[in-house]
Design a protein around this ligand. Structure first.
Ligand SMILES: Cc1cc2nc3c(=O)[nH]c(=O)nc-3n(C[C@H](O)[C@H](O)[C@H](O)COP(=O)(O)O)c2cc1C
Length: 451
């Protein structure tokens, strides 16, 4: 993409996201996820650190793969209970001026006409600071609650997702001309109907005549985020994403993913730098190396192994309770998250991961690198990933809420800024301008939605 470095906080409107059990630590604020003040505090801190966005994961269904029932998931708060991510955004936007908000929504369990309006509303209310993380949902348990007899096959989910976005793009980009709203009080004309168009979409999954119900918002289309790793997911990312989230823990895995998605994007007629690649990181930072190591050891102690296995069983669509802890995790083309599967079975060809190793490795932040050290050491590691490996940004995952974010903002961000690597103030107004530069609030011309 560019030399710009990007930082998101990766979180979830729930007790636990991807560090199961850490909510039990003294002083941890995870249980405050139901409070408006918690989220406005998070937003202010992320903005103090000049972060691009707070990125909300979200999931439908319960992690009931592990042990074949939902007991562990419910008892140990494995991403349940959780609240809707979009609904906390207006409060966070009110508390900030520049911070962006990336919101995960499912194309399997929503309707594009409805969702397009919700994102237009949020883009208006935030002055163009929203992104849509497009997911197809992976838990079988979601399907029955949302009107399906069973989970759709992944291929069908991605076909639906592609058509879903086509409908949204037509509503956001083509339905209302920029000067459709005239607000001529004397003539009693609010809108020029000649400049509001039907979209007349008739497809396999949706028939949507339009027009869009909302007038154009600052970005029109929210910034498109995506995290697919399967064949279907990579093609979908290459065709649609402006930012993707790579889940590989090794340099080799990240490089393979980036090169592959870039080449697919070029095949789709897009500039190969059109997509920003993010990896997750779990920072454990302290003023001295000894303190950072001690903190890391204490954090590892707080991880709950059973809930880690319940979470991963959902990610992999594989009941890990049935396997011997020393058994190798075999590669499958999973109906759930291929990126997590590949992290264990493909990112390091010289290593066979056992169930025990997977559980130990993933307890803090799932499959992302854990970076332990002084602010200088953590910055060095990020600089390596950015400058040598070529990733554009980092999704910062918290092991302690909100201590991990506070430490990162107070200690690592100033170090990156001192080295001239990270912004000291926001440029532009909208989230898309953070990615592509000032004046670029709308989708770039080579994006398929603009073709
Ligand atoms: C790092 C990462 C984070 C993800 N976050 C979510 C999420 O919050 N909600 C969700 O439903 N899916 C999430 N997914 C799932 C993917 O976006 C995608 O829908 C799923 O992985 C199936 O596609 P794939 O097999 O092509 O990866 C995530 C995947 C990855 C790798």
């Amino acid at each position: 993409m560019s030399d710009r470095l990007h930082l998101n906080l990766f979180t979830m409107n729930s007790v636990e996201h991807v560090s199961p059990g850490t909510w039990r630590r003294e002083g941890d604020r995870s249980h405050e996820y139901t409070d408006r003040e918690y989220w406005t505090d998070v937003a202010r801190t992320a903005e103090r650190g000049n972060f691009d966005a707070v990125f909300f994961a979200d999931v439908r269904g319960i992690y009931d793969v592990y042990g074949g029932d939902r007991e562990t998931a419910i008892e140990k708060a494995v991403q349940t209970p959780s609240n809707d991510p979009a609904l906390v955004v207006p409060a966070m936007a009110e508390a900030t001026e520049d911070l962006g908000f990336a919101i995960t929504k499912s194309t399997t369990y929503n309707h594009p006409y409805q969702l397009a309006r919700e994102f237009s509303t949020l883009d208006h209310l935030t002055d163009g600071r929203v992104a849509f993380n497009v997911v197809t949902s992976y838990l079988e348990s979601a399907a029955a609650n949302l009107g399906l007899d069973e989970r759709m096959e992944k291929e069908t989910r991605y076909e639906r997702a592609a058509e879903f976005l086509d409908v949204c793009y037509a509503l956001w980009e083509d339905s209302w001309e920029d000067d459709a709203v005239i607000r001529d009080a004397d003539a009693g004309r609010y809108t020029d109907p000649e400049k509001v168009h039907s979209i007349d979409h008739e497809g396999e999954f949706f028939d949507v005549p339009g027009p869009h119900g909302s007038e154009p918002s600052p970005q029109r289309t929210p910034v498109i985020y995506q995290a697919g790793s399967s064949e279907y997911g990579r093609n979908f990312a290459a065709n649609n994403a402006e930012a993707v989230f790579c889940s590989q823990p090794t340099e080799e895995g990240v490089v393979e993913y980036m090169e592959d998605v870039k080449s697919r994007a070029a095949d789709a007629g897009r500039d190969e730098d059109a997509i920003a690649f993010f990896i997750g990181i779990v920072p454990v930072v302290a003023p001295t190396e000894e303190e950072a190591e001690a903190k890391y050891e204490a954090l590892k102690e707080s991880v709950d192994v059973e809930s880690t296995l319940a979470l991963l069983s959902g990610f992999l669509d594989m009941d890990l309770s049935e396997l011997d802890p020393d058994q190798k995790v075999e590669h499958i083309e999973t109906q759930a998250i291929q990126g997590t599967m590949n992290a264990f079975t493909q990112s390091d060809p010289d290593h066979d991961w056992t169930v025990r190793e997977v559980a130990e490795f993933s307890g803090l932040g799932s499959t992302s690198p854990i970076v332990v050290g002084t602010p200088e050491q953590v910055a060095d590691e990020l600089v390596y990933w950015h400058e040598e490996v070529g990733v554009d940004g980092f999704n910062v995952k918290e092991a302690v809420r909100t201590g991990s974010l506070d430490d990162f903002v107070d200690q690592v961000v100033p170090e990156l800024q001192d080295r001239g690597l990270f912004r000291t103030e926001y440029e532009g107004e909208t989230l898309r301008e953070r990615l592509y530069g000032e004046g670029q609030s709308r989708l770039p011309a080579d994006h398929p939605a603009r073709q």
